[in-house]
Design a protein around this ligand. Structure first.
Ligand code: PLP
Length: 396
């Protein structure tokens, strides 16, 4: 491995050359079953023909023109995203972090133009992950990610999901601008936030004029078996929402969605991006949207998630010394372990099964939304083989 890459990742060894559906292949021809999916990103697997056609077709016509001009693909996708959600307005960015950045700026700006510039406080939740920019690490407040980067930014504080009293008083405060929450926490441990808590937060935000931001960068775009994770809960909609990852299925693109009311502070000049929503990104994202939003894709996610979950539950019964708990929603699956999760990921890799580690000692299965039942069954077999190998290692 070259020493010339900035040393911020613990990269695993296989050097992948090619992907096909739920499988990744090394130069030597070894096949790995991919249940990482680029961290919930390759939602239609690798080299999906419709996405390849969209990207290569657009590449021959027009790559980039800047947001000084109309971009037809943005208009099409904004119409589709708003028709399928609570939102009226969409801003296209290049990543989840940038979608979050837009959401946070929008929330403060909303209060500013209403004559309440003192409303700047943004409350996030322990265990959240919103990205790596200064604003994103401060909004999530994970001590490991803010350490060493100077003073905490003013106007951010972290709440505990279990502390209803603190949540209520934070939202009631006259300086509060917004609350940001992942309806299903991804990196933090595949925690599905209880409906009652989301409902409480929604109600309190409405009562006190505070904007509610959902981070659906990981849980959105079909991952849970609904187009957006919060759509499992009728009537608990946000004012602003960030999506990314599966939006471009591996092509870098993010989006910040908002109601017309929440977006009303954003005027020309208040925000922007050179690359955000360029024709290449939009060609792929539109093609991906058409497939992911189709009812049969979402029904498949629910079916295959059920298959994986019931398989994992029976593994939990058979390997209680290895598996603690099964969490998450849909195909955002967290398996909480007794042994070290990173050691388990390495053991699974020896079984040619790719898993992602996460907070609270979980491993995540984040397969393609279109993973076949046969490949899901194979993932379970390899997961079981990993449990056995882990037990053997522990006994040795
Ligand atoms: N929000 C959530 C919930 C995420 O899972 C991530 C990435 O893992 C981000 C935001 C940041 O997205 P990106 O890495 O595309 O900037």
């Amino acid at each position: 491995m070259t020493p010339h890459l900035l040393n911020v990742y613990n990269r695993a060894d296989p050097l992948f050359e090619r992907g096909d559906g739920s499988w990744l292949f090394t130069r030597e021809g070894d096949a790995y079953l991919d249940c990482v999916g680029g961290i919930a990103t390759n939602a239609l697997g690798h080299a999906h023909p419709a996405l390849v056609a969209a990207l290569t077709g657009q590449a021959q016509k027009l790559w980039h023109i800047s947001n000084m001009f109309r971009v037809a693909g943005q208009e099409r996708l904004a119409d589709a995203l708003t028709a399928a959600s609570f939102a009226d307005r969409v801003f296209f960015a290049n990543s989840g972090t940038e979608a979050i950045e837009c959401a946070l700026k929008m929330a403060r700006r909303y209060h500013f133009v209403r004559g309440a510039p003192e409303r700047t406080m943004i409350y996030g939740f322990a265990g959240a992950f919103h990205g790596r920019s200064y604003a994103a690490i401060n909004a999530a407040g994970n001590p490991a990610y803010v350490e060493g980067f100077g003073d905490r930014l003013p106007g951010y504080a972290t709440l505990d999901l279990g502390d209803v009293k603190a949540i209520a008083s934070a939202i009631a405060a006259s300086t509060t601008a917004a609350v940001i929450i992942e309806p299903v926490q991804g990196e933090g441990g595949a925690r599905d936030v209880p409906r009652a808590l989301l409902r409480l937060i929604r109600g309190l935000c409405r009562r006190h004029g505070v904007l509610l931001i959902y981070d659906e960068v990981q849980a959105g775009m079909g991952r849970t078996g609904r187009l957006f994770a919060h759509q499992w809960h009728r009537g608990i909609e946000p004012d602003i929402m960030a999506v990314a990852k599966a939006l471009g299925c591996g092509f870098p693109v993010g989006a910040c969605l908002a109601t017309a009311e929440a977006a009303s502070g954003m005027a020309p000049g208040t925000h922007g991006s050179t690359f955000g929503g360029n024709p290449l990104a939009m060609a792929v994202a539109n093609a991906a949207f058409d497939i992911i939003a189709a009812p049969e894709t979402l029904a498949h996610v629910r079916d295959v998630a059920q298959l994986l979950r019931s398989g994992l539950e029976s593994l939990r019964r058979n390997y209680p010394a290895i598996i603690r708990d099964i969490r998450g929603r849909g195909l955002l699956i967290g398996v909480a372990l007794h042994p070290n999760n990173r050691a388990f990921v390495a053991v699974a890799r020896e079984q040619k099964l790719l898993l992602a580690a996460g907070g609270d000692n979980i491993v995540r299965l984040l397969p393609a939304l279109n993973i076949s039942a046969a490949d899901a069954g194979e993932a379970l077999r390899r997961f079981e083989a990993s449990c056995i190998a882990m037990q053997v290692e522990a006994a040795a």
